[in-house]
Design a protein around this ligand. Structure first.
Ligand SMILES: NC(=O)c1ccc[n+]([C@@H]2O[C@H](COP(=O)([O-])OP(=O)(O)OC[C@H]3O[C@@H](n4cnc5c(N)ncnc54)[C@H](O)[C@@H]3O)[C@@H](O)[C@H]2O)c1
Length: 359
């Protein structure tokens, strides 16, 4: 459990929040509970009224510049629509603030890169709200993978399905998949080199309600992400298939299970070996509590956050490649590898039987 009592370093850290809409109100409520909220800005009068109810001690403004330019504010959390992120975050960094930005960091990968460079040049914290990277079950799963319990990771599947809020200005890929992409990146521990995505839009013209994204990673592992807001029931399930064991995480039932199952070769034939599933305990603290405290700590210490600007850039590049692939009806898109990643891949040939399609 995190330390709810304010550490001496956290004490006195003043955080402002921009945006008190659907998600921003959750951030304000959480931050108010685990730390405190000093100031809030939202141009919408109803949102400001709600902000005042949730955080009665905070000063509530209409103009975000009033928070950004307040010299007593140390850190700013941005929970506004994605198209406003770049301008607000840039202003906040230039005003000397430590900055948290909700996912996606920006819409355009070049703008994300510019923000990451700006934060680096001005020695400011730039944290991106990749919430699931603060999920205790995901952290536990990462621990299991790192300990070698699952063996070599073959593939990971992530389903995020619901009959949920239907958006008309962004598709299900942009709305949901950033979460799954960050989880796959963290669990697989390598970068994707190729993405294939298909989607279908049934409610608004040209807005995909359902998308299926397949990723091939530089170490040969594959990932599969299925997201939809047009589904008869809520399902948030992650499955990791390793050479020794398998694991599943159901975020709706909050169950993490280690399955003692695999396929062995016996006399030249692949034989499924079935075994019991063992529940794995994990800390019950909410990911949003942990994410907010992580930002307050980063502001207090000037430390680099777990999900920084470069993580935001990486996710943006993958989203753009997936979007391009979807627009070309599932054409494979190759992702650029950095020099370091290329040399890693050159030293590690693709597994036997791997299918690689050139874009
Ligand atoms: N981490 C998660 O699980 C999660 C979940 C939902 C949304 N989000 C992200 O949170 C962000 C906000 O999404 P939402 O669903 O709350 O949107 P929303 O439209 O419900 O709310 C946005 C709020 O920002 C306000 N706003 C607009 N421009 C502003 C500005 N310049 N300064 C201050 N306030 C401004 C609006 O008036 C509104 O109240 C998005 O980036 C979204 O992707 C994250």
């Amino acid at each position: 459990m995190p330390d709810w009592n304010e550490s001496s370093q956290r004490m006195g850290v003043r955080i402002g929040v921009l945006g008190c809409g659907g998600w921003g109100k959750n951030i304000i409520r959480t931050l108010q509970r685990v730390h405190s909220v000093a100031a809030i800005a939202d141009p919408n009068a109803e949102a400001r009224a709600l902000a005042g109810e949730i955080a009665p001690d905070a000063t509530v403004y209409e103009d975000p510049n009033d928070v950004i330019n307040d010299p007593t504010i140390d850190g700013v959390m941005i929970a506004t629509p994605a198209e406003t992120h770049f301008e607000l975050a840039q202003k906040a960094i230039l005003a000397g603030k430590e900055v948290f930005v909700e996912k996606p960091l920006t819409i355009d990968p070049d703008e994300s890169q510019r923000l990451a460079d700006l934060a680096h040049a001005h020695e400011r914290v730039l944290m991106v709200g990749h919430l699931l990277e603060y999920h205790p079950a995901i952290l536990k799963l990462r621990e299991l993978i790192e300990s070698g319990e699952l063996g070599e990771i073959r593939y990971v599947i992530s389903n995020r399905l619901n009959l949920g809020k239907v958006r008309t200005h962004e598709n299900a890929l942009w709305s949901f998949a950033p979460h799954d992409i960050t989880v796959l990146l963290r669990l697989i521990g390598a970068d994707p080199i190729q993405v294939v995505c298909t989607g279908g839009g049934y409610i608004s013209p040209n807005v995909a309600d359902v998308t299926v994204t397949q990723l091939l990673f530089s170490n040969g592992t594959r990932g599969h992400i299925f997201v939809s807001w047009l589904h008869p029931f809520k399902e948030q399930k992650l499955v990791v298939v390793g050479s020794k064991k398998m694991a599943s995480f159901d975020d709706v039932a909050r169950e993490l299970v280690l399955h003692d199952q695999r396929v062995d070769w016996c006399d030249g034939s692949p034989i499924p070996v079935k075994g019991p599933g063992t529940p794995v305990e994990f800390d019950s603290t909410s990911p949003l509590d942990l994410e907010c405290l992580h930002f307050v700590d980063a502001v207090a210490n000037g430390s680099s956050p777990r999900t920084d600007g470069m993580d935001g850039v990486k996710v943006l590049n993958i989203l753009h490649a997936a979007q391009r692939s979807m627009m070309l009806n599932g054409s494979p898109m190759n992702l650029e590898l950095s020099k370091a990643q290329r040399s890693h891949r050159e030293g590690e040939p693709i597994r036997k039987g791997e299918l690689v399609h050139e874009a």
